[in-house]
Design a protein around this ligand. Structure first.
Ligand SMILES: Nc1ncnc2c1ncn2[C@@H]1O[C@H](COP(=O)(O)OP(=O)(O)OP(=O)(O)O)[C@@H](O)[C@H]1O
Length: 536
């Protein structure tokens, strides 16, 4: 992506992150409009910003007040640089307030704080909204406690909120603009049109960001990183990220990539056969399937504490990978030197502490990615070809490389597998068989009803309780199972899915009629937060 940005010089947007929960969304929206966009920490040095030769710099919102001691600000001479190079600056919320403060205006705590949906009215003929279809009362999303009360020299108000507050400001001759509301969230009804207007009319940027370019650049990059005689290994989970990463690296270095898929005994119904068939027959990936199910399950016997379960699984994964790597080393006569991981952009940016938190900026990876990590002593260098991409972009990249679309649309599945979906001891009774069957019925029903793709994740959970039922005129004392289905944009927050009651009734009947050992089904009606997606 550094290279992608270099190639798009003149058509790149840099988003400076001041800690808003919406910053990633700004970057995503810009890319969705076909424009190359990268997100940098708010206090990135000017030299880093300049290395991307941006046409537009967006200053994100953030949780701070510009008056707070130590609140994040812009690097010295920021506006000298942007004005000298005719780079457009757009401040959003905190970004607007920063512009006003740095350029000598005045920001103060607002008398009436503006949170949530608001209406604003653009000033006719403003550079930001023009005289066309956007110059009309707009329904927008605001969330701020401070407001600009005195604008710096050269600035005018481009729109006002119905409460009389400043909704947007502009200084077209210096190419500096500010929005007090968030155009990137869907609650701002015409937010995408506003972003388009800014990108394509105010900045004259070209929409030339294409996945095909990313693919070609990444192939070259991988080939230049992994030397012609070096080998790489990749742990495949059957998920989208590691599969797309492996497919890409395989395209670049061929059989010098060695993949391993571990059957830990905690996989879904026929998962091993299904993913191995996709890897081998459709993607032609060089992959070894290691059946470690007995090892995992014997270690997990009697373990009921969720943290202990996860740790145990993590340790077993590492042992299994270690053995695989040693075997490979014997076969190849040399150590593989690279590890391919399917780290995504949100994994990278989420692990960066926000500016103003007092912590340094590091591009460390979310620790959960170490589930597939190999022992540190192996000193493998990381290859992370997806670290600049969002999930929807990874799917597009996968499509370009002919990864089957059905595979790309798979719901995420946790690394510790069914162990987090069986509460208590994973090896209790028939829990694993029961949960596999229920899950399969639920997922197939979703597919038959055409609902699978509109749901982020759906699964069944085994509850370690026996309940009383009447089955075949007899009292039964069997297990209760919970179903969960959620919708989400990115997995960070989620809403429970509101099925038609008939759908749930049908699934319930199918399960109770065909899965032995289940006599009660409950549906999870909690969002995230307060609950998490998985139960453990
Ligand atoms: N059964 C498995 N066999 C081999 N590797 C695995 C397995 N499960 C997980 N991994 C490895 O651990 C990494 C992180 O697992 P996690 O389930 O958190 O995946 P993820 O971030 O959703 O990515 P993916 O889409 O590739 O599953 C995976 O990308 C993969 O490299």
């Amino acid at each position: 992506m550094e290279q992608a940005a270099a190639k798009h010089k003149g058509n790149t947007v840099v988003v400076l992150d001041f800690g808003s929960q919406y910053t990633h969304l700004i970057t995503r929206r810009v890319r969705q409009l076909g424009v190359c966009s990268v997100c940098l920490i708010g206090n990135a040095p000017l030299s880093t910003i300049a290395s991307y030769a941006p046409s537009l710099i967006i200053l994100s919102g953030g949780p701070h007040s510009v008056h707070e001691h130590g609140s994040p600000s812009l690097p010295p001479s920021f506006f000298d640089y942007t004005v000298e190079h005719s780079i457009t600056v757009l401040g959003i919320c905190y970004g607007l307030q920063l512009i006003v403060k740095v350029l000598g205006g005045h920001v103060k705590p607002a008398l009436s704080q503006e949170y949530g949906r608001m209406e604003v009215q653009p000033v006719p003929g403003s550079a930001l909204f023009g005289d066309g279809p956007l110059c009309t009362r707009l329904s927008v999303w605001m969330s701020h406690g401070d407001e600009a009360v005195e604008l710096p020299n050269g600035f005018t108000v481009a729109c006002k909120s119905m409460q009389g507050g400043i909704g947007a400001i502009e200084n077209p001759s210096q190419h500096i603009y500010g929005l007090q509301f968030h155009p990137e969230v869907t609650h701002t009804l015409r937010g995408i049109e506003i972003l388009k207007q800014i990108l394509f009319n105010v900045c004259n940027i070209k929409a030339d960001w294409k996945m095909q370019d990313v693919l070609e650049e990444q192939l070259k990059l991988i080939q230049s990183t992994i030397g012609p005689t070096e080998h790489a290994i990749c742990a495949l989970s059957g998920g989208v990220d590691s599969t797309v990463a492996a497919t890409l690296v395989h395209k670049a270095i061929g059989e010098r990539l060695h993949c391993v898929f571990v059957d830990n005994g905690l996989l879904r119904y026929k998962e091993r056969e299904r993913v191995m068939s996709t890897f081998e027959k459709e993607l032609h990936l060089p992959v070894t399937c290691v059946d470690a199910s007995e090892k995992f399950l014997s270690k997990l016997k009697g373990v009921t504490d969720p943290e202990e379960k996860r740790k145990m699984i993590g340790r077993e994964f590492i042992c299994t990978f270690d053995e695989f790597a040693l075997k490979l080393e014997r076969e190849l006569g040399k150590k593989p030197s690279f590890l391919v991981q399917g780290t995504l952009y949100p994994d990278v940016i989420e692990s960066c502490p926000p500016p103003g938190s007092g912590k340094g900026h590091s591009h460390t990876i979310k620790s959960h990615h170490n589930v597939g990590g190999l022992p540190k002593e192996m000193q493998l260098k990381l290859v992370e070809p997806l670290r600049w991409l969002f999930k929807d972009e990874v799917r597009k990249l996968g499509e370009l490389m002919n990864v089957p679309v059905g595979f790309l649309k798979r719901h995420p599945f946790p690394g510790p597998g069914l162990a987090v979906r069986i509460l208590g001891d994973v090896t209790q009774g028939d829990a694993l068989e029961i949960i596999r069957e229920v899950d399969e019925i639920f997922i197939n029903s979703l597919k038959e009803a055409g609902l699978y793709d509109s749901i982020w994740q759906a699964f069944a959970v085994f509850l370690p309780v026996k309940t009383v039922g009447v089955q075949g005129d007899r009292r039964s004392h069997s297990n209760a199972v919970a179903l969960r289905a959620i919708t989400s944009e990115d997995g960070m927050t989620a809403d429970w899915y509101q099925f038609d009651p008939k759908f749930l009734a049908d699934v319930s009947a199918k399960v109770c009629n065909s899965v032995r050992g289940v006599n009660r089904i409950v549906y999870d009606i909690t969002s995230k937060p307060p609950a998490t997606v998985e139960w453990e």
